[in-house]
Design a protein around this ligand. Structure first.
Ligand code: MN
Length: 227
C-alpha cells in the first residue's frame, strides 16, 4: 500500500570520518542538569531529572545557518552533550547503561525563553518553547569506540567570539548512565534515540546575525549563525 501523502524523510546525523549515518528516532532532553544553571533559573538542590522532547526534524545536523524563529523576543542558547543510542530497552540499570551508547555529539538546545517562562507560570507544556523548527543544531557524531565515555571535559559556547558558557561535564547533576537509566524507567528507549543532557550556566539572549561556536573536549565542535 502506498502513502496518502509523501512520507517525511528520515532525519540522519552524519558520523565522523564518513561513517554510516545515524538515523534519528526520538530526541529527548534533560532539564536543569548543572547546579549553576539550576541556580540561574531560580532552583536549588539535586532534584530528580526531568525530561522533555524535541521533534526529530527540529535537528540541524552539522549546524550552519539557522533561521531566527518567530514568536519570540528572547531566544537563548544552551550548549549540551548529546548522547546517541545504539540500542534501547526499558528499566536499563545504570551500571549497564553505557553499553547502550553509540556515540556523542555537541548540540545546542535553542530555547524561546520568554515562551518557556510563560509556560512555567501557567503550568503549560514546553513544546512551543523548546520544540520549534531548527531548535536543535548538533555536530557530527563521534562513536564511543573512538571518544570513550566522557565523564569530564570542558564544554563551552561563545557568541561572536565572547565566551558565555564555560563548564565541565563533571558538573552534571545526573551523569549519562543515570540519565539513560532514569529515562528508560518512563519510556522504552531504542536505537536512534538522542538525549540532550542539559546545559551549564551562562545561557544568554541571542539575536539575528549572531555567530555561535561551541565545543566539548574530545567530542567535537559546532558553529551556528542566526539568520
Ligand atoms: Mn537544555
Amino acid at each position: 500500500m502506498g502513502f496518502a501523502v509523501p512520507p517525511a524523510p528520515q532525519v540522519v546525523v552524519p558520523v565522523v570520518d564518513g561513517g554510516a549515518g545515524f538515523p534519528v528516532r526520538r530526541v529527548y532532553c534533560v532539564g536543569q542538569n548543572y547546579a549553576l544553571h539550576v541556580a540561574e533559573m531560580g532552583g536549588d538542590g539535586r532534584e530528580p531529572p526531568f525530561f522533555f522532547s524535541k521533534p526529530a526534524d527540529a535537528l540541524v545536523p552539522g549546524g550552519g545557518d539557522v533561521a531566527y524563529p518567530p514568536r519570540t523576543a528572547n531566544l537563548q542558547h544552551e550548549v549540551e552533550l548529546v548522547v546517541a543510542l545504539a540500542k534501547g530497552g526499558s528499566d536499563i540499570p545504570a551500571e549497564k547503561a553505557l553499553n547502550h551508547v553509540f556515540g556523542y555529539a555537541v548540540g545546542i538546545d535553542l530555547t524561546r525563553r520568554d515562551l518557556q517562562s510563560q509556560a512555567k507560570e501557567k503550568g503549560r507544556p514546553w513544546d512551543m518553547s523548546k520544540g520549534f523548527d531548527q531548535s536543535g543544531p548538533l555536530s557530527v557524531l563521534v562513536p564511543a569506540a573512538a571518544s570513550g565515555h566522557p565523564s569530564s571535559g570542558r564544554i563551552w559556547l561563545k557568541v561572536n567570539g565572547v565566551t558565555k558558557q564555560d563548564g565541565d561535564l563533571g558538573q552534571m547533576t545526573w551523569n549519562v548512565a543515570e540519565i539513560i537509566a532514569n529515562l528508560s524507567s518512563y519510556v522504552s528507549l531504542a536505537a536512534g534515540d538522542l538525549i540532550f543532557t542539559g546545559t551549564p550556566a551562562g545561557v544568554s539572549t541571542i539575536v539575528r546575525g549572531d555567530m555561535l561556536e561551541c565545543a566539548i573536549d574530545g567530542i567535537g565542535k559546532l558553529a551556528v549563525r542566526l539568520v
